[in-house]
Design a protein around this ligand. Structure first.
Ligand code: SAM
Length: 234
């Protein structure tokens, strides 16, 4: 038996590319986005009652995940990229059915669009469903996970003067918390775990329409080198 689903909407997010997106939601509270619902779900009736809800479960398609057969075992970046665990013990994007699930904060509802934050979702992601977070059922204080018990320890961030000045100016232009967004995401240490930190290797990521470049001074300290607006013709 096969089932097929149509997206009910799309997630517009601050993450224009996959690299440097946090590996789970709520790790970067400044990661903002908007849910645009498709007809007929773009009517107020479809979201009536959500005014009293602080967080949402989003079910979405990992539309930009690598295609091909899903493996039974995966190598999560969290475990250093060289230890294999069962696909169902991981949140890997490459899985039998490429469905993602994230809890995000609902910041408001405006003109049928849902304003959300705390995202770990790529811009343009097709949305399959939205459900309200139910604290008494979804929060389990005694829950344990030996592989991912605590959030990864953040690394330290420093800025070049020029990059910070530029990020602050772009934050005013976009009316978004750009400085906090970049700091919160890079503090998650997005580089592949198998790469040794080296000041000679530069990394880049895209947040909104900004290209951000950084390098590592050591394994626990990263320096942001530049923030530049992406040429709109590219
Ligand atoms: N919280 C979700 C879950 O558990 O299903 C996602 C976890 S997954 C490990 C998070 C990563 O998915 C992000 O770091 C990002 O690189 C990737 N990602 C987000 N949206 C995606 C999309 N639409 N297609 C492919 N990869 C995506």
């Amino acid at each position: 038996m096969a089932y097929s689903f149509e997206p009910i909407g799309i997630v517009h997010s601050c993450f224009a590319e996959k690299f440097a997106i946090p590996r789970q939601p709520l790790l970067a509270p400044a990661a903002q986005g908007v849910i645009e619902l498709y007809p007929p779900y773009d009517k107020p009736e479809a979201v009536a009652g959500l005014e009293g809800v602080s967080h949402l479960w989003l079910l979405f398609v990992f539309h930009a995940a690598a295609s091909g057969d899903a493996h039974l075992r995966v190598r999560p970046p969290r475990l250093g990229g060289n230890r294999r665990i069962g696909v169902f013990a991981s949140r890997a994007t490459h899985r039998p059915n490429p469905i993602g699930q994230s809890v995000v904060k609902l910041d408001g509802i405006a003109d049928g669009r849902l304003l959300i934050s705390g995202l770990d979702i790529l811009d343009g992601t097709p949305l399959l469903d939205i459900k309200p977070y139910v604290p008494y059922a979804d929060s389990i204080p005694s829950a344990s996970n030996a592989l991912a018990g605590l959030p990864p320890a953040p690394i330290e961030i420093s800025w070049s003067d020029q990059a910070l000045t530029q990020a602050s100016a772009e934050a005013r232009r976009l009316d978004r918390p750009v400085v906090a967004l970049i700091e919160q995401c890079l503090a998650q240490d997005p580089k592949p775990a198998y790469q040794k930190p080296s000041p000679s290797r530069e990394y880049g990521g895209r947040f909104w329409d900004l290209n951000v470049r950084w390098h590592y001074l050591d394994s626990s300290l990263l320096r942001i080198l530049s923030v530049e607006r992406v040429d709109p013709t590219h």
